[in-house]
Every structure is written in structure tokens, then in C-alpha cells.
Design a protein around this ligand. Structure first.
Ligand code: SF4
Ligand code: SF4
Length: 507
């Protein structure tokens, strides 16, 4: 990388963003340390003035890393842009050696012992004691192997609660941060997208205790109980979500989730695409792929075609998409619109271009004429095969939901007289938390904030109360000795064989 000193205004954006600290400012001009620069082009993207000049050829002493599309040129003793690779004695080496599990066992920490992994009874139908300092409704002991275990169960009202809803689709449903409404009442917001899925967050303490708290509590509970719930995204789609079922977006039941981004689709299917067309464009809102430029295309033997896209390039063959209601969740509704131009100094008349998206559900084929104009033609047999290969590799689109809540508050008093000892026991793996018998993920740090897959909890186990809060069946299982140590309500403990399950289930 070089700097055009006539253009550089000394803003320092390149200094701020360079991942290997290869740029500094001197007399209000950027100066590049060529011994450190990797040619990663981060500064090219950061510089609003166009002052960075890309070198055409790898310097003599540098080695090209091919572990990702950035393809850093790494000088002796320098780091690649990701800090994972360095050049030592003429070879590229990982900066961190390969680790065995033993190397990390202590950091990973111990798993809870098997005897406490399953509760003696679940909290489903257990009821709640109020105020919380009364012993929990059921404190039940049993013998597992050589040890006595205790499970304490309560249906806990939780005002810190919500559901995170994952909707497997690349269809644009609304902007991240947009409100989610039931009727006119806001119950949540759109979260950061995940791979092939849109994420919705419904609930949360501030909405539960806000103006529309009852609607929020009902929405969380209905989703957690796997009922269908109709949501409207602010300036976006109408969507029906039901855990375990396909989403219905603007009246259409979504069938497939994408196989990967446009670049990933090329990474998987490039040899098949090469058989189908001279150029393949895979439209995707995240990364749109262009076969002839992509490393997978080169690997499959694709040659340059001179096709230029309207999207901006991330790395060769990978273009940042946009969001809309078109193919691959982009704004492109007529596929030919993705092509900005065809450079006929590189391309040739008769060249075939296949345009598709990451589910393979839409596909169109074009022929390049001598003038560089593209004309739509029917899909060839090979093109249909390629589309079918994508479609058959896509998983069904589903809605899934994670109920998440904090039970580290007063409800602990029904378990023990010293609540902090319960929190510590949970984090130390000595007291095992389950919800309706299902395993949970306990978030690290303070409190007992947990997440559970609602499809692993018996449907109908969640309720809501007009406090407002949602009610969740919570069990803590531990060794009897541990229960005594944390100051548990030992006097309220009863053996499993005297607990009347049928009476309890009806209560
Ligand atoms: S190309 Fe990358 S490593 Fe080189 S100066 Fe720019 S940001 Fe830094
Ligand atoms: S893997 Fe790291 S060092 Fe290698 S090209 Fe990519 S960013 Fe550069």
C-alpha cells in the first residue's frame, strides 16, 4: 500500500482502522510501514479521500496467506491482518499452536456430576409459595448411585423475561432495531441477524412493566408455549411465528432457509456452476457472489468474464449486498439489474450468465451479445441441475424460540436462606438448573440468567400473571450435602416416594 500525499488530508482514519498498526501520521500525512503492511485494504475502505494506492505485486520478501479471501502479503516477522499468521524463517506459521483439550480443561471448567443433571421431579404444575422466603412448594430428595440428591421446584414469576425468536429466512422482514407490534402495542424489537435467520426479541422487563405489559406478557407466554403469534414489524412485514413451524411472512409460508451466503454457495457449488454457465451470480443480502472472481471459481476453472456488479466489493468475488424484497433478500427484483456492465475486452459474445439466489428457488439465464448487452434465455438443463443442487441442500425454514429470564432474585429465598450461596452453587456447577426438566444455558457473570429452548419444555408450562410477569417452571438439583451447605430449607424436604405426583399435577 502507498499513500498519495497530494490527496491525503491527515484525517487519521487509516491509522485508527489498520489492524496491524502499519500506518502513522507524520506532518499530517499518512505514512505506511511497508515492513508491517499486509495489503489487507482496510485503509482503502476507511479513507474517504481515496488516498490509498494498492500495490499490484506482492513484495519480494512477503508470503501470501491463502487462508481467507483477504490474501495478506506477510513480511518476515510481521502479522497478517487477523493476527493469526506470521512469517518465520520463510514459512507462514500460526501464531498460536494447536491445543489439546488438556490445554484448556481448566478454563472450560468441570461439568456437573451426572447424579444432579436430571431433577428428581419437575416444577411443571408445582405452584408457587408467596412470599418467597417461605420454602419452595416441593423440596424432594432421592438417591442416585451412592449419593443423596435434592431437587427444589417452583413455578417462578419472572419479570425479567423475554423470548428470542429465530426465523429461518433470507426474506427482508424489517430493519434491525425496528419495533415489533401486536396490533398497536409494541412488544419487542428486531435483533441482529444470524446466519440465514432473522432474530426477534419479544418482551424484556422494561416492556413488561411498561404501558403494554399485559400484551407483552401474553406474547412471551404464547410464543414460549408454542402457540402461533401474529407480529407486525415497524415499516416491515407481517409475520406469524410459532416455534417448531415454518414462518408465514406477508401471507406466504416460507419453505427453505438459505444454504449459506452468496460466497458460501460458490464455495460449495463452484464445480457444478462452472458446468452450468460461464459466469454465475448468487444474490444474497449479506454477501453476493461472483463466480469468475471468486477463489472457488478459479479453483473450478472459471475464467474472467468482465461482468461488473452494482454492489460494492468486499474481497474478490464477494460483494456486500443490500436489503429489500428481491432475490436473496436484496433489493434486486429483476435479476439482470445486478449487472452494471460487461467489459467486452474481457468477456465474449455468446457467454452465458446464470443468476440465482441462496435458496436456488429463483434462477435466470442470460446470453451476452457482441455489444455487451445481455439477453434473457431459457434455463439450460445444467443450470436447472445447479439450482436443484442448491435447493436440495437447503434446510426447511423454521421458527425456534429461546425463553430467557433471570431467576437470581427473591425466588431464591424459597430454595435457601442464603440466596448468594445458591447463585454461587449454580455457577460452580454444584446446583444444576433445569426448566421443566430441560437443560438451560446459564449466562456467565452475576445473577442466574438462563436461556432454554421452548421446544424442549412441555407445551403449556409457561403462564403469565398481571403483576405483570411470566411464570416459568424452575428446578434446582444438587447433592443433599450441598443443599445443607447453602442453607437450604432442609426441614421442608421430603423423600420422592412420599410425593403425590397426581395430586401435585392437578394443583
Ligand atoms: S493495507 Fe491493511 S495493513 Fe496495510 S496499511 Fe492498509 S490497513 Fe494497514
Ligand atoms: S487468514 Fe489472516 S493472515 Fe491470512 S489472509 Fe486472512 S486475514 Fe490475512
Amino acid at each position: 500500500m502507498r499513500v498519495d500525499l497530494d490527496v491525503c488530508i491527515g484525517c487519521g482514519f487509516c491509522v485508527r482502522d489498520c489492524p496491524v498498526e502499519a500506518v502513522r501520521l507524520s506532518s499530517k500525512k499518512a505514512v505506511i510501514d511497508t515492513g508491517k503492511c499486509t495489503n489487507c485494504k482496510v485503509c482503502v475502505r476507511s479513507c474517504g479521500e481515496g488516498a490509498m494506492i494498492v500495490e499490484e505485486h506482492c513484495p519480494e520478501n512477503a508470503l501470501e496467506c491463502t487462508a481467507c479471501p483477504i490474501r495478506c502479503w506477510i513480511q518476515p516477522g510481521a502479522l497478517g491482518a487477523c493476527h493469526r499468521y506470521t512469517q518465520t524463517e520463510g514459512c507462514l506459521e500460526r501464531t498460536t499452536p494447536l491445543h489439546s483439550f488438556e490445554d484448556v480443561r481448566e478454563i472450560v471448567g468441570p461439568e456437573p456430576r451426572w447424579e444432579i443433571m436430571e431433577p428428581v421431579i419437575t416444577a411443571i404444575g408445582s405452584g408457587t409459595t408467596y412470599p418467597c422466603c417461605k420454602p419452595a412448594p416441593h423440596i424432594v430428595s432421592d438417591q442416585r448411585g451412592d449419593i443423596d440428591v435434592v431437587t427444589v421446584v417452583t413455578e417462578v414469576p419472572l419479570s425479567y423475561s423475554s423470548v428470542i425468536v429465530k426465523v429461518d429466512t433470507d426474506i427482508g422482514i424489517g430493519e434491525e432495531g425496528a419495533g415489533i407490534f401486536i396490533g398497536k402495542r409494541q412488544v419487542g424489537m428486531v435483533e441482529t441477524e444470524q446466519y440465514g435467520s432473522k432474530m426477534l426479541h419479544v418482551g424484556g422487563v422494561n416492556r413488561l412493566t411498561g404501558e403494554h405489559g399485559f400484551a407483552v406478557a401474553r406474547a412471551i407466554t404464547d410464543i414460549a408455549n408454542r402457540k402461533p403469534v401474529k407480529l407486525k414489524i415497524e415499516n416491515g412485514s407481517r409475520i406469524t411465528v410459532q416455534a417448531g413451524k415454518p414462518p408465514v411472512i406477508d401471507g406466504t409460508r416460507v419453505a427453505k432457509m438459505r444454504v449459506g451466503c452468496g460466497s458460501a454457495a460458490l464455495g460449495i457449488f463452484a464445480p457444478l456452476f462452472k458446468e452450468a454457465a460461464d459466469e454465475v451470480i448468487v444474490l444474497d443480502a449479506h454477501v453476493t457472489g461472483l463466480m469468475s472472481e471468486h477463489v472457488a471459481g478459479s479453483y473450478a476453472g472459471a475464467r474472467p468474464t468482465g461482468v461488473n456488479l452494482i454492489f460494492s466489493q468486499s474481497t474478490p468475488g464477494r460483494y456486500f449486498g443490500d436489503h429489500g424484497e428481491g432475490w436473496g433478500g436484496t433489493s434486486i427484483t429483476d435479476p439482470v439489474d445486478i449487472i452494471e456492465s460487461v467489459d467486452m475486452n474481457i468477456g465474449w459474445a455468446g457467454m452465458k450468465i446464470l443468476i440465482t439466489e441462496t435458496t436456488g428457488q429463483n434462477g435466470a439465464m442470460f446470453l451476452v451479445e457482441e455489444s455487451g448487452i445481455v439477453r434473457k434465455i431459457p434455463l439450460t438443463g445444467k443450470a436447472k441441475e445447479a439450482l436443484e443442487a442448491i435447493e436440495s441442500s437447503c434446510e426447511p425454514s423454521l421458527v425456534s424460540a429461546i425463553y430467557t429470564a433471570g431467576s437470581g432474585g427473591s425466588a431464591r429465598a424459597g430454595v435457601t436462606r442464603f440466596p448468594i450461596r445458591l447463585t454461587q452453587a449454580v455457577h460452580a456447577g454444584k446446583a444444576h438448573l433445569t426448566v421443566g426438566g430441560s437443560p438451560v444455558f446459564v449466562m456467565p457473570g452475576g445473577g442466574i440468567s438462563f436461556m432454554v429452548d421452548v421446544e424442549r419444555v412441555k407445551a403449556g408450562s409457561f403462564y403469565w400473571t398481571p403483576t405483570p410477569a411470566t411464570i416459568c417452571p424452575v428446578e434446582y438439583t444438587m447433592e443433599k450435602g450441598e443443599y445443607e451447605r447453602i442453607g437450604g430449607h432442609v426441614a421442608a424436604m421430603k423423600p420422592f416416594n412420599v410425593v403425590n405426583i397426581s395430586t401435585r399435577s392437578g394443583g
